[in-house]
Each structure stands twice: as structure tokens, then as C-alpha cells.
Design a protein around this ligand. Structure first.
Ligand code: COA
Length: 259
């Protein structure tokens, strides 16, 4: 099904591993196409409740877009590459109704940092390093990095990181709010799985509405409050809301069915 990624469903979690370790898992056209298919699978396969994106090996999550593919690009095809990537992969990950977590197992640079940031949240291994070093190449981020880094860590710090091309370690990334948890190398996928298993016990429709509402806030939508009001109302049409409130009142655990 895929040529550049490995993917398997484990306990309802679709674990997607970018598999080009000899090239630091750099995002070439084939990886972008495979990730796009994988995200479609997350949306459409009922057996998948959530997903993890990680990289093969102990060195890199993803060390960026594949720089060797940049040589042949001009203004139009450069914009096309960014647009295609944003539309086929990064925006679809962000807007997925099912939670998608980045398990950052090493370098997350350029497109790799952007890929991690498009996920709903991030866990990182102690050796992870984050950065947007595009200015070293005479470029700027093109897969949403200028927007999502600013949303996640604030304008001043985002400006500095993107202008200096500095890399930051996992602990600093955590202090800045870029990652939620830092764990020893080798435990990063398990940590993401543990969090997702907890989320699996909650009402799936409500989870998808949380994602949509929080995305409204980070995308600067001025009617985010209105959307929250209507989505709050929509919860009352779900069986899961009836089950959740009834279970609380009956002092038992809810059994959510996702409808
Ligand atoms: N695109 C294409 N190839 C890449 C790559 C990228 N973004 N990042 C790493 N590679 C390749 C290297 O060319 C090398 O290939 P080779 O063995 O065929 O020569 C291989 O991956 C290993 O990388 P190498 O640089 O030898 O490893 P390192 O441990 O010395 O350094 C990094 C690791 C991540 C610091 C370094 O590879 C790097 O700076 N990569 C580019 C990061 C970047 O600028 N990303 C933004 C792109 S827009």
C-alpha cells in the first residue's frame, strides 16, 4: 500500500512510521504521497480511532523536505510544492476528526518540525531537536511553519528561531509549549500510545468537536466562540452525550459508541 512509510493498527492506533532512515526520513514527493494516503486511511477506516506519526531509527523524526528535489524548482513549481503539501498532508492532519500525535524521535527540522506541528500535540524523546533552518538554504518554511510555530510558541520566539535557524532541544521545546512531554529515547511511541488509549475512553464525537473548536482558535477565526456554541449544542444530539451524562448520574463508567 505504501513505499516510504510503514503503517499498522495497534489497539485502534494507526502507527505511521516514515521509513527513509538513510536520508533522515526527509520528505520527498513519495513520502508526501504516502502520508496523504495514510491520512485518508485515518479519516475513512472505522478500525482506526487515532494515529501516531513517527520516524524510523533513533536519529531523525524528519530532517526536512528533501533538499535534493529543490534544485529543479522555480517560482511556480516552488509554490506548487508548498500548496500541494499543505493541502494533501499538513492541513488534513490538523483537521483530522481523530487525534493525531507526533512521536518525535530525533531531528524534527524544517518540514519535520512542520509535520510535528500539524499534529494535534507532540511528545518527544530526550534527544529530539527542533528547528526551522530554511534561511540557511535561502528559503522560508513552506508547509505551514511560519503560522503554526507562531501559534504554538508566540511571535518573538518564532521570529528568532526562524531568523537564526537555531535548533532547540527537547527540554527547551517543552518549556516553550512546542512539545507536551519529554521521555527517554525508545519510549516516545509508547508514551503517545498511552495518552491515546486514555483518549479512546472518551466520547469520539466530542473529541472531534474539541479538535475543530481548538483549531478555530489557533487559526484566528473570529467566530470561534460562535462555532463552539453550535458544536456544544450539536453534542446534545449524540447518543454518547446521553450515555455520558446518564453514566455519571448512575455512578458508573460510560460506554461510548461514537455516535
Ligand atoms: N533532504 C535531503 N537529504 C537529507 C536531508 C534533507 N532535508 N537531511 C539529511 N539528508 C541526507 C544527507 O544528505 C545524507 O545523505 P547521504 O548519506 O546520501 O550523503 C543523510 O541524509 C545523512 O545526513 P547527514 O547530514 O550526513 O547526517 P548528520 O548526522 O551529519 O546531520 C542533520 C544530520 C539533520 C543535522 C543534517 O542532515 C541536516 O542539517 N539536514 C538538513 C536539515 C534542513 O536544512 N532541513 C530543512 C530543509 S527545508
Amino acid at each position: 500500500m505504501y513505499s516510504t512509510i510503514l503503517a499498522e493498527i495497534v489497539d485502534g492506533v494507526y502507527v505511521v512510521t516514515i521509513n527513509r532512515p538513510d536520508k533522515m526520513n526527509a520528505l520527498n514527493k513519495d513520502v508526501i504521497a504516502d502520508l496523504s494516503k495514510a491520512v485518508d486511511e485515518i479519516y475513512n477506516n472505522a478500525a482506526i480511532k487515532s494515529a501516531i506519526i513517527t520516524g524510523m531509527g533513533e536519529k531523525a523524526f524528519v530532517a526536512g523536505a528533501d533538499i535534493s528535489e529543490f534544485v529543479a524548482l522555480d517560482k511556480e513549481s516552488g509554490s506548487g510544492l508548498a500548496r500541494k503539501g499543505q493541502e494533501m498532508v499538513f492541513n488534513k492532519i490538523e483537521n483530522s476528526p481523530k487525534p493525531i500525535v507526533a512521536a518525535v524521535n530525533g531531528f524534527a527540522l524544517g518540514g519535520g518540525c512542520e509535520l510535528a506541528m500539524s499534529c494535534h500535540f507532540r511528545v518527544a524523546s530526550e534527544n529530539a531537536k527542533f528547528g526551522q533552518p530554511e534561511v540557511n538554504l535561502g528559503l522560508i518554511p513552506g508547509y505551514g511553519g511560519t503560522q503554526r510555530l507562531t501559534q504554538l510558541i508566540g511571535k518573538g520566539k518564532a521570529m528568532e528561531l526562524m531568523m537564526t535557524a537555531d535548533l532547540i532541544g527537547a527540554d527547551e521545546a517543552k518549556n516553550l509549549g512546542l512539545v507536551n512531554h519529554v521521555v527517554p529515547q525508545g519510549e516516545v511511541v509508547q508514551k503517545a500510545k498511552d495518552i491515546l488509549q486514555k483518549i479512546h475512553t472518551k466520547a469520539p464525537v466530542a473529541i472531534s468537536l474539541v479538535i475543530a473548536c481548538v483549531n478555530d482558535a489557533s487559526n484566528g477565526l473570529d467566530n470561534g466562540f460562535e462555532h463552539e456554541i453550535s458544536r456544544f449544542g450539536a453534542c446534545f444530539e449524540t447518543q454518547d452525550m446521553r450515555e455520558g451524562t446518564t453514566a455519571f448520574l448512575e455512578k458508573r463508567k460510560p460506554m461510548f459508541k461514537g455516535n
